[in-house]
Design a protein around this ligand. Structure first.
Ligand SMILES: Nc1ncnc2c1ncn2[C@@H]1O[C@H](COP(=O)(O)OP(=O)(O)OP(=O)(O)O)[C@@H](O)[C@H]1O
Ligand SMILES: [Mg+2]
Length: 237
């Protein structure tokens, strides 16, 4: 069995005349947390959306668990085990917390959904307390927990996280990222996008830096924390 769960080769993506991604190649191994960092507008969200087939690539190839999924639609990719927590969360604010969570299991036909709902409530106990409340009435951090919980309801092998920490208090960020680390320890592979480079490098095993739609730097996260280029451009030290 190949060690990598995701392998992207020579991926490019345009929005009309705008080149969003150019010749991206990267690999994510089973059981890793890999982070993707970079400034505003360098293509981080586009890359995650392309992995979920929410954006269409111009060229390139995506392998998931050794299968070429480049032509697969987003539903099929979810069923294979790719889940995304989108930038801005994408919750249904006038549905209850529990209804939002159950939507994450839309593509499943098994009878373990209630068990997995319990698992999400165990990870985020506040969501059990508020399960019947409208999602839109919860705090930003709690809404982010719903978004993560909803992604978990599809039983992902690979979890894609887009800017989880955005706009949240440090203590809430810590709580959510503790859960993310536990998920990795339980076997879920994680690819996370963050503008908070220090946070991303602190919790990930490896990282890629995007600049203008291209991979500019990659390596072990701990090495990047002491890399002069990364420090100057992304860590503000
Ligand atoms: N739907 C779209 N139509 C046209 N251009 C787009 C669209 N979405 C993104 N872009 C452009 O593509 C480039 C990459 O955007 P993307 O959202 O992937 O970057 P990002 O790194 O996630 O940025 P941010 O840090 O702001 O979230 C930017 O120049 C952006 O303006
Ligand atoms: Mg983005």
């Amino acid at each position: 069995m190949e060690n990598n769960i995701l392998k992207i080769s020579n991926l490019s993506c345009n929005y009309g005349q705008i080149i969003a991604l150019e010749d991206i190649s990267l690999e994510i191994n089973r059981g890793e947390i890999v982070s993707l960092i970079g400034a505003n507008g360098v293509g981080k969200t586009t890359l995650l959306r392309t992995i979920s087939a929410l954006s269409k690539e111009k060229s390139g190839k995506i392998l998931f668990c050794g299968v070429d999924i480049t032509k697969y639609d987003s539903d099929k990719r979810v069923r294979m085990g790719i889940a995304q927590v989108p930038e801005g969360r994408g919750l249904f604010t006038i549905l209850s917390v529990e209804e939002n969570l159950k939507l994450g299991a839309y593509c499943r036909k098994d009878d373990k959904i209630i068990e997995d709902l319990d698992y999400v409530y165990e990870k985020f106990p506040i969501l059990r307390e508020k399960k019947d409340d409208y999602a839109g009435t919860l705090s930003g951090g709690q809404q982010q927990m719903i978004a993560v919980g909803r992604a978990l309801m599809s039983k992902p092998k690979l979890l894609l996280l887009d800017e989880l920490s955005m706009g949240l208090a440090p203590i809430v960020v810590e709580e959510i990222f503790n859960v993310i680390t536990t998920l990795r320890d339980m076997g879920t592979t994680i690819f996370l996008v963050e503008q908070n480079a220090f946070l991303a490098l602190s919790i990930s095993d490896r990282a890629y830096v995007l600049e203008n739609g291209r991979v500019a730097i990659s390596g072990k996260s701990e090495d990047m924390l002491s890399d002069t280029r990364v420090k100057e451009a992304y860590l503000g030290v």
